[in-house]
Write a protein that binds this ligand. Structure first.
Ligand code: SAM
Length: 210
């Protein structure tokens, strides 16, 4: 994870010098505003320097976050302290990480894990298997721009989100939303401009505990 460590080490700690800013993804806020979305615990895959996990913890969720970058995780812990929240942060590679047997979460967030598709889909399957009954899977990431189009995000198609591949990795979950579209982002140093994105919101059948 040398590449990501270097990128995070070069970035600053002020909101507009952080790689992706200090605000959570807009879609994550939208999902949190739904009246039927009431998780108590969340697993944030590839949480980076913690803008999403830290914000979810501020909203009262018990958050576990994984990222392969030790530098990003150190930054995230410092940001958590500044927010006055505690997040369980784990430095690990999602290519091989799996939760302890029996551990479950009410929501999983897969926000902008622009790594090799095989790793992203493996992490998706692993995390979905750890969703509690009634639990939610939330994803957003850069998608292919389409012929002749331009978009923020990596150029290598293997690093981009394909809705079909994600849905295939999530059998048995009910699709609440599956969207492909264009948004304008202005988040920190790296997310600035027009982006073609994919968004997914799915739910495991079963009653969530009240
Ligand atoms: C584009 S950043 C997004 C960070 C965060 N989700 C956000 O939206 O601010 C991608 C993150 O994925 C992490 N990452 C890449 N490959 C990974 C892997 N195999 N296992 C765990 N984390 C990984 C990087 O360290 C980086 O923090």
């Amino acid at each position: 994870m040398k590449d990501w460590n270097t990128r995070y080490a070069k970035a600053g700690t002020e909101p507009d010098t952080r790689l992706f800013g200090d605000q959570p993804c807009e879609y994550l806020r939208e999902v949190m505003a739904r009246s039927d979305f009431r998780p108590r615990s969340a697993l944030c895959l590839a949480d980076g320097d913690g803008r999403n996990g830290g914000w979810l913890a501020e909203q009262g969720l018990a958050v576990t976050a994984i990222d392969a970058s030790s530098v990003a995780t150190e930054l995230a812990l410092a940001h958590d302290t500044a927010r006055g929240v505690t997040v369980e942060r784990i430095v690990d590679d999602l290519a091989t990480w799996s939760p302890p047997p029996g551990r479950t979460w009410d929501a999983v967030f897969l926000m902008y894990l622009q790594c090799e598709a095989a790793v992203r889909l493996h992490a998706t399957r692993t995390a979905a298997a750890a969703l509690a009954p009634g639990g939610w899977f939330v994803a957003e990431g850069f998608a292919p721009a389409g012929a002749g189009g331009r978009s923020l995000g990596p150029e290598d198609p293997d690093l981009l989100y394909e809705l079909g591949d994600l849905l295939d990795a999530l059998p048995g979950l009910e699709i609440m939303e599956a969207l492909k579209g264009r948004i304008r982002v202005n988040e920190g140093l790296r997310h600035r401009g027009e982006a073609r994105i994919a968004r997914l919101l799915l739910r495991r059948p079963g009653a969530a505990p009240e």
